[in-house]
Write a protein that binds this ligand. Structure first.
Ligand SMILES: Nc1ncnc2c1ncn2[C@@H]1O[C@H](COP(=O)(O)OP(=O)(O)OP(=O)(O)O)[C@@H](O)[C@H]1O
Length: 291
């Protein structure tokens, strides 16, 4: 469905993606995570054909997206803060969605307007940030596109709206399984929704793995400082905290039964790292560990 092969992309002098490859053929909900400026939006724009790679190839359902309108038959890209016309009302935005997406389901879109309490007669320019995100999400879901790309779709949604977002996304996916790629800064918000996660770092893919595997990455070990001397020499330490004679260390190791046995045998406490903390540390420069 999506194939990105050895793509290089730069804006003038800013190198964003280098030798970037990503293949996803499954109908899954995939999260896209990366630090600010890592290139998430750039990747989405390349997939949608809004940008042209400097080198390499992109294939979307058999088409090269840049300058090829046939890609639109298969792909719906709702960018963050979509530039709707200032003159448009909500219903005009739905018409826009209907015009560009051959499988657009207007009845479903109208049902979603009522779920998200959006009035179709309201001007888009008068919508709050969260309401505008909801409108973009509605168009993305109602498009029923083979590949649906949502850039920061939960931006500005409050908890109640987020709950509706989760339900609509999962119900719609169950009804019509397709590839849905959604980016977010907040991994906690999307990790229960996504079956797989792509992490962009240093212009490339750091991880493209099932969410289940991602959740097991990273462990915290805590105990007496003395117990750590050999551990920190032979493993990658992602974070370290010292309080008096006690130490707490995050290792780049999976939360497995082997590690649980190791901790027990060495009088240490073990707990899994949160995915958020793990990713923040993995995409940070590694610390020098004091011996
Ligand atoms: N139109 C542009 N012209 C020049 N540089 C750009 C342009 N758009 C983005 N960039 C730069 O490209 C890099 C990647 O930006 P991009 O918006 O793709 O990152 P992002 O991961 O989506 O960031 P964020 O999480 O902050 O939204 C950044 O260094 C950014 O400053």
């Amino acid at each position: 469905m999506i194939e990105v092969n050895q793509v290089h992309f730069r804006y003038h002098t800013t190198d964003v993606l280098h030798d970037f490859s990503l293949i996803e053929h499954e109908k899954v909900i995939v999260g896209l995570w990366g630090r600010n400026g890592s290139g998430k939006t750039t990747l989405m724009k390349l997939l949608a054909g809004h940008l042209k790679p400097n080198q390499g190839e992109i294939n979307i359902q058999g088409f090269t997206p840049y300058n090829d309108d046939r890609t639109n038959n298969h792909l719906c890209y709702m960018q963050e803060d979509h530039p709707f016309s200032k003159m448009w009302k909500v219903k005009d935005a739905l018409r826009f969605g209907n015009y560009y997406n051959p499988n657009f389901d207007m009845d479903f879109a109208k049902k979603l307007l009522s779920i998200f309490n959006l009035n179709e007669k309201k001007h888009v320019s008068g919508l709050s940030k969260g309401m505008k995100s909801a409108l973009q999400f509605i168009i993305g879901m109602a498009s029923n596109a083979d590949i649906t790309i949502l850039d920061e779709p939960t931006n500005g949604l409050d908890i109640a709206m987020q709950k509706k977002f989760n339900k609509v996304l999962l119900d719609s996916y169950e009804e019509n399984p397709r590839l849905i790629l959604l980016s977010s800064h907040n991994i906690e918000e999307i990790q229960t929704l996504c079956e797989a996660l792509v992490v962009i770092h240093d212009g490339n893919v750091l991880f493209h793995e099932p969410m289940e595997t991602m959740r097991e990455k990273g462990i915290w070990l805590s105990g007496e400082k003395d117990a750590f001397s050999t551990i920190i020499q032979s493993h990658t330490v992602l974070e370290q905290q010292v309080i008096g004679t006690k130490m707490k260390v995050m290792l780049d190791e999976p939360f497995t039964s082997e590690w649980k046995h190791f901790a027990m045998a060495n009088g240490l406490t073990i707990e899994p790292a949160s995915l958020h903390d793990y990713l923040v540390n993995r995409t940070e420069k590694r610390i020098e560990v004091a011996q």
